[in-house]
Design a protein around this ligand. Structure first.
Ligand code: SF4
Length: 498
């Protein structure tokens, strides 16, 4: 093994607690198409690792695409034993983001596997692909996976393990899992299955490994609630995670091991979690720091904010999502300017260092007036507290009411971003504006609603990904926009519907 890679792995393992070193007849590689730090902050990735290792005859080890840069081609290794990642019975990939699609192809190659399912045979590991992207849109992954797993891993992994024990070939394994909740066999099924939903009594899930080099260094993550009862039209939480399941406070508290310095509570809308204050107070009483994944402006009060401040949170992060009240109402966000201003006052009064405010632009029916309202509102917030404005272009997703809405257009979004930057520039450093790229949002929109042909386009890009490269590759595979609606004003590129 390359010396630099060996040291990297050693160093990371030394900063971990909870790593499973195990030998068993069935080897599983749990692989992540991005960096170690991002993977270790993913409870889904950690849960699959835990669940396979909980099966007595399975041993799961981790591999990360990031390490391919230091490994010879096809020789990516696992962290636990240093074996080749592709030398496994099962090769599981957890994909969270649309833009990791090309990384899935790279990951398979880095492990010495042919990316296309049709070019692998019984000697190769079974390639199983799960993660949030599969719930949102599994189709671009269809050319690569033997099976795509949609929904809660707690429900699926034990059944997959049992089928694997019984099967004597890949085809037999696929026969056995065909029709199971959440199992999508791309070469057999014309439709996506019902998502697998775990019952409340198997929750919460929590970190198997606490890693110092994670995006959340040294934080023990616990998912206190799954799903969201709110109706926000743009968000997948309601559909993707199934019914809302609130884990009783006692169960959340009892999984926190001795010696943990910081707990991260995870959930789609954690400030709606009915026990958040109780759990927060009890953790603080044990001397444990605390962070939460999301706070809604309408749920913030002095008590909750005080818990978070005492728990070590320095920046208040709030999503407004719609740039104007009209658009927040259209999105059913149930947040008003008063909620957002009140949250800013609380952030100021309790000494938070900053107030991060997330907005989306490029929403259906959006006009310049909506952007004017956002600019004026940001000025009002800045009079209360310094604000970091995070702006993302709106990407319509499947399984939401926006499935048939058009992407607003790169030119439109870039023009609006430019205007926002210009008009808020003079308020620096009181207001900092950060935005994500309109071009990459367009690619994300293509993948979010694309079919298998978008996966085939990604296959052409594994050696170098660029916006122009994506456009060429999409053209090469014959991708086209099936929307026949008239082009909205300012839209610069073809729009997408999967
Ligand atoms: S945006 Fe937040 S509150 Fe709205 S549905 Fe999604 S997770 Fe729930």
């Amino acid at each position: 093994m390359n010396e630099q890679l060996r040291k990297r792995i050693q160093n990371r393992l030394a900063g971990e607690r909870g790593t499973v070193f195990k030998d068993a007849p069935f080897r599983v590689t749990v692989a992540y198409p991005n960096t170690y730090a991002v993977a270790m902050a993913s409870l889904g990735f950690q849960t699959v690792y835990r669940l396979f290792n909980a099966e007595p005859d399975f041993a799961a080890e981790r591999a990360f695409l990031e390490d391919a840069e230091l490994a010879p081609p096809g020789r990516l290794v696992t962290y636990e034993s240093g074996r080749y990642a592709g030398d496994a019975h099962v090769f599981g990939i957890s994909v969270a983001f649309e833009l990791d699609l090309v990384n899935v192809v790279r990951l398979l190659r880095a492990a010495g596997l042919e990316p296309l399912r049709e070019e692998r045979d019984d000697r190769d590991p079974l390639v199983l692909v799960g993660g949030p992207l599969t719930s949102s849109n599994p189709w671009p992954l269809a050319p690569f996976a033997d099976a795509i797993l949609i929904g809660d891993g707690e429900e699926m992994v034990p059944r997959l393990a049992e089928a694997y024990r019984q099967a004597e070939s890949k085809a037999e394994f696929l026969d056995l899992i065909e029709g199971m909740p959440g199992v999508f066999l791309p070469d057999r099924d014309a439709r996506e299955p019902h998502w697998a939903t775990a019952p409340l009594d198997v929750l919460p899930v929590y970190s198997q490994i606490v890693a110092q080099q994670s995006e959340f260094p040294g934080v023990f993550l616990i998912e206190a609630e799954r799903g969201c009862p709110r109706p926000c039209t743009f968000c997948l939480a309601r559909t993707m995670y199934g019914p809302t399941r609130n884990v009783p406070a006692e169960r959340v508290l009892e999984v926190v091991p001795e010696g943990v310095a910081k707990v991260g509570l995870v959930g789609a809308a954690l400030s709606d979690y009915p026990h958040v204050k109780r759990v927060g107070h009890e953790l603080l009483a044990r001397g444990i720091k605390l962070s939460v994944s999301s706070i809604r402006a309408d749920r913030v009060d002095l008590e909750l904010a005080g818990i978070l401040r005492e728990g070590g949170l320095r920046t208040f992060t709030i999503a407004s999502d719609g740039p104007s009240q009209r658009l927040r109402d259209l999105l059913k966000k149930q947040i008003t300017e008063d909620h957002l201003l009140r949250a800013a006052e609380i952030a100021r009064d309790l000494g938070f260092k900053g107030y991060k405010l997330y907005q989306m632009i490029g929403l259906p029916t959006e006009t310049d007036d909506d952007i004017s309202e956002m600019i004026a509102f940001t000025r009002r917030v800045a009079e209360i507290t310094p604000v970091a404005l995070g702006i993302s272009p709106f990407v319509p997703k499947r399984h939401t009411p926006h499935f048939g809405d058009r992407f607003a257009g790169i030119k439109t979004i870039e023009a609006r971003l430019k205007r926002i930057q210009k008009e808020l520039r003079r308020l620096r450093p009181r207001v900092e504006v950060r935005s994500t790229s309109a071009k990459w949002a367009w690619i994300e929109a293509v993948i979010a609603r694309g079919g298998p042909e978008v996966g085939l386009a990604a296959l052409r890009l594994e050696d170098g990904e660029s916006f122009a490269g994506w456009k060429r590759a999409l053209e090469d595979v014959g991708w086209h926009d099936p929307l026949t609606l008239p082009e909205p004003e300012g839209a610069a590129l073809p729009l997408v519907l999967g």
